[in-house]
Design a protein around this ligand. Structure first.
Ligand SMILES: Cc1cc2nc3c(=O)[nH]c(=O)nc-3n(C[C@H](O)[C@H](O)[C@H](O)COP(=O)(O)O)c2cc1C
Length: 454
């Protein structure tokens, strides 16, 4: 039986996510990100196409590494300006029934207790359809805005994130026993205090003492996503993540990233296929291959190199204004994101990248490949990627909004369904049940399940 393909949409609460410059196209509506209607329409489009989720990225801080200033990012609207993604979720959840909502929240500037409460609230309001993409932040500008002199060192950010999650698991899984919630109107008892436990956490980075103030939500712990691909990031993912995003520009790179993650999962005592892997990808599909290619050519014309330089410099921590376009990128450890630079240097030994190549690549679709064609051509490529790399699906970026997703729903989804590699209807239940085919809650041997009481 051919491998099933899962689709998520990858967005941000901003104008230009991974295709800077495209907002200038006639018909593009990405500047409507300030309107509730824009998000509700998008969510309903994705649900009509049976997408598993709408996944919202987020960063704290400005892209000011390129040329030492945020000017390029501001001029080109490259992930700047950007609003908070969390408030979008309840309004889209209200307008849909099955679509999942992944949201990125960094652990760098939050207290575990407050974040746990916010996700519990989202999980209640979405009837168990929320996922958390755990990130540790890579922009020094964000640290400065939050009153810290600089980001913590790269690997230490993950050590701290491990403890952050431990506190969250204690709150989500360990504070309220299942039988604690009584809602017994005849006896006038809402909850049984004897079954609600105080969390006593005293750690290296965090202290938390007291019971969790929220009643348990359908999933308790939101479905956990992670996207850090460095060695330390991969170990973190193998311990916590149930779904993992990969950003690899070539098929070889994708295959080796997927392999590294599957073996890290084994080393962490989990089944190698216990986490779903989603590759970042951009799809430009139209009624005919010629029309798709013509649109791609127009997008290429409009793509902003300046915006791409701002993004790539921010992700890698390297000021690319100091490089010439023909310079070859080579890997160095930085305290920004390490896997972004690895993607364009050591990840695929068969591929060398100049700055020009990497900027052209990033300017449409970020760290993921672009697939252009009619529905059959795109479906062929998606199937080949899934079969050859062992991934489970795609985190699809957009070039023109909302057109990119309308086209995918109109042309690609029916083709995938016809080939028997895409669902015909949603499964019932929470996002965890829909995606992993297991119960609503974390299950052993996932570390989070070990904090459960009662
Ligand atoms: C598909 C994908 C999506 C990502 N989305 C975000 C995001 O929204 N916010 C963020 O801060 N980092 C995001 N990242 C970056 C990673 O989460 C991670 O912070 C970064 O790669 C640095 O970690 P590393 O050095 O372990 O790779 C994303 C990475 C990938 C591959």
């Amino acid at each position: 039986m051919p491998r099933q393909i899962r689709l998520n949409a990858f967005m941000m609460n901003c104008v230009g996510h991974l295709a800077p410059g495209q907002w200038t196209a006639p018909g593009d509506q990405s500047v409507s990100y300030l309107n509730t209607r824009y998000w509700v329409d998008l969510a309903q489009t994705l649900e009509a196409g049976l997408f598993d989720g709408l996944f919202l990225g987020d960063v704290t801080g400005l892209y000011d590494v390129y040329g030492g200033s945020p000017d390029a990012a501001l001029r080109t609207a490259a992930q700047t300006p950007m609003n908070d993604p969390v408030p979008l979720i309840p309004l889209m959840a209200h307008a849909t029934q099955h679509l999942g909502f992944g949201v990125t929240v960094s652990v760098a500037y939050e207290a575990p207790y407050l974040l746990a409460r916010r996700f519990t609230t989202l999980d209640h309001l979405s009837q168990g359809r929320v996922a958390w993409n755990v990130v540790t932040s890579y922009l020094q500008s964000g640290a400065r805005s939050l009153g810290q002199n600089e980001l913590r060192a790269h690997d230490e950010r993950y050590d701290r994130a491990d403890e952050f999650l431990e506190v969250c698991y204690k709150l989500w899984e360990g504070s309220w026993e299942d039988a604690a919630l009584q809602r017994d109107a005849s006896r006038g008892i809402y909850a049984d205090p004897a079954r609600i436990h105080s969390v006593e956490h005293k750690g290296r980075y965090f202290d938390s003492e007291g019971i969790f103030q929220c009643e348990p939500s359908p999933q308790r712990t939101p479905l956990l996503f992670q996207a850090g691909g460095s060695a330390r990031g991969t170990r973190f993912a193998a311990r916590h993540a149930e779904c993992i995003f990969l950003g690899a520009p070539t098929r070889n790179g994708l295959r080796s990233s997927a392999r590294a993650i599957r073996s890290a999962l084994s080393e962490a005592g989990r089944e190698p296929d216990s986490a779903l892997l989603f590759a970042m990808l951009t799809v430009i599909v139209d009624e005919t291959a010629e029309r798709a290619q013509a649109r791609y050519a127009a997008y290429r014309e409009r793509a902003s190199d300046e915006g791409a330089l701002a993004l790539l410099s921010g992700w890698t921590g390297i000021d690319l204004s100091r490089y010439r376009p023909d310079d070859t990128l080579s890997y160095v450890d930085t305290d920004a994101g390490q896997s972004a630079l690895a993607s364009f240097s050591k990840l695929d030994p068969e591929r060398e990248w100049t700055v020009r190549d990497a900027v052209e690549f990033v300017s449409i679709g970020g760290r993921g490949a672009v697939v252009v064609g009619d529905a059959a051509q795109v479906a062929d490529e998606l199937q080949a990627l899934v079969e050859e790399t062992g991934i489970d699906g795609f985190n699809l970026t957009w070039v023109e909004s909302p057109r990119t997703f309308h086209d995918i729903v109109q042309y690609l989804v029916p083709e995938l369904q016809r080939r028997g590699v895409y669902k015909q209807h949603y499964a019932e239940g929470t996002l965890r049940e829909k995606l992993l085919g297991q119960g609503a809650r974390l299950q052993a041997p996932h570390i989070g399940a070990s904090f459960r009481r009662g």
